[in-house]
Design a protein around this ligand. Structure first.
Ligand code: SF4
Length: 393
């Protein structure tokens, strides 16, 4: 039975974090109601769109993820409207994983109660740093105390699956302060953590400032690339010792507590994304992947989501299989790859595999190909080597 993951994008934030490169913004709260109505309209229309595009839209949903943005800004009533609409349009299995991303200090009691009533069983907190000055200098609105208090509130509301996000590379961060953030994370006993390395690119205010050699947003205090890599490595070892096994480049969990929703992205299972800048992958009737996304401009989205489904060529599917599969510690299975793309495809990639193994970037064990710890550090380079060799027989 094919099941569906459902992603709902809530792009509203109270303030814009300096490092943020997401399609999110600070909009008047009065716009949220209209936005929810727009998303519900899309939910209702999706089945007929899917039929028009010749894509299969599974009726059974087993993961739901409200991301953003800051979904914890939704009121109790807005949350209930959304969850009622999605249960009207889809069969949401009772054992579904239902996650909401929350910003510490931005979760009202009534909204938390509504989440619990509506079946939310997993919360992901965007903490980024437990050092108050680091959080503040990055534009976050919480302190360590607020974040820890929220974790207790959520547990008291009966939601026990908790994840915390940390970012390595925030301005002012040092090896010592990073260690402190990790230790506080460890003390919370959460069963999942995500660790991201700061992305310095022109898509965020901080990234632009760093690239321009400017002084705003504490840009000169951004740690060096080497220091950021060391922090990531430190986190990997620390979290493993806590019993949070790495299962993807940025994700760590106790056994059985991996994000089932996010695994669908890397395993290329069907998912539907609704709302601003939401991405989807469904399957055409012949099994080919169809991808589509909504615009990242809020006014444009409110007029029309402007989906333009695109059928992937087999070369693109193969590239994705490598690119997404290698992100997972489980890696890519060559037997499955051969079954899907042909024996010749696997034969032609062998020289690249041998080279990468000699360079200690991948490990080959039986029919599994996985990144090594070193390969994960330079994963983009490794992916490029695979993408340069993607024949399809
Ligand atoms: S809360 Fe998240 S989405 Fe909003 S500005 Fe900060 S990083 Fe971006």
């Amino acid at each position: 039975m094919q099941t569906l993951g459902l992603y709902l994008s809530i792009p509203f934030c109270k303030s814009k974090c300096t490092y943020c490169n997401f399609a999110s913004g600070v909009y008047p709260a009065s716009q949220i109601d209209g936005y929810i109505t727009r998303v519900i309209d899309d939910l209702r229309a999706m089945r007929s769109h899917a039929a028009e595009w010749g894509t299969e839209l599974p009726e059974i949903v087993d993961t739901v993820y409200l991301g953003g943005g800051t979904p914890s800004l939704l009121s109790a009533e807005q949350l209930s409207r959304l969850f009622s609409a999605l249960r009207r349009e889809f069969v949401v299995l009772p054992a579904s994983e239902i996650t909401v991303e929350c910003a510490p200090g931005q979760l009202e009691d009534a909204s938390l109660a509504s989440m619990a009533e509506n079946g939310v069983n997993r919360i992901s907190f965007g903490v980024q740093s437990f050092i108050d000055a680091e959080a503040k200098h990055s534009g976050r609105l919480h302190t360590r105390e607020m974040a820890l208090a929220d974790l207790n509130r959520v547990r008291s509301a009966g939601i026990s699956r908790l994840s915390l996000d940390l970012i390595a590379g925030l301005p002012g961060q040092t090896a010592g302060s990073w260690q402190e953030s990790l230790e506080v994370l460890g003390s919370t006993g959460v069963d999942h953590a995500s660790v991201y390395m700061l992305e310095v690119d022109d898509d965020s205010r901080l990234g632009r400032e760093v690239n321009a050699g400017g002084f705003r947003y504490y840009a000169p205090q951004v740690p060096t690339d080497e220091a950021i890599t060391d922090m990531y490595e430190e986190a990997t070892g620390f979290l493993e010792k806590l019993g949070l096994q790495q299962y993807e480049i940025s994700n760590f969990a106790r056994k059985g507590r991996e994000s089932r929703h996010n695994l669908k992205y890397w395993d290329r299972k069907p998912y539907l994304g609704l709302g601003l800048d939401a991405h989807s992958m469904l399957r055409a009737e012949d099994g080919a992947a169809m991808r589509f996304a909504t615009t990242d401009e809020l006014p444009g989205y409110m007029e029309a989501p402007s989906w333009q489904p695109r059928r992937l060529a087999r070369e693109e599917e193969l590239e994705e299989t490598w690119f997404l599969g290698l992100r997972r510690n489980a890696g890519v299975n060559l037997r499955e790859l051969a079954a899907q793309f042909g024996e010749e495809t696997v034969r032609e990639i062998q020289p690249t595999l041998v080279d990468l193994e000699c360079e200690d970037l991948i490990v080959l064990s039986g029919s599994e190909v996985r990144l090594t710890a070193r390969g994960r550090m330079v994963s983009n380079e490794v992916f490029e080597r695979f993408l340069a060799t993607t024949p399809v027989s």
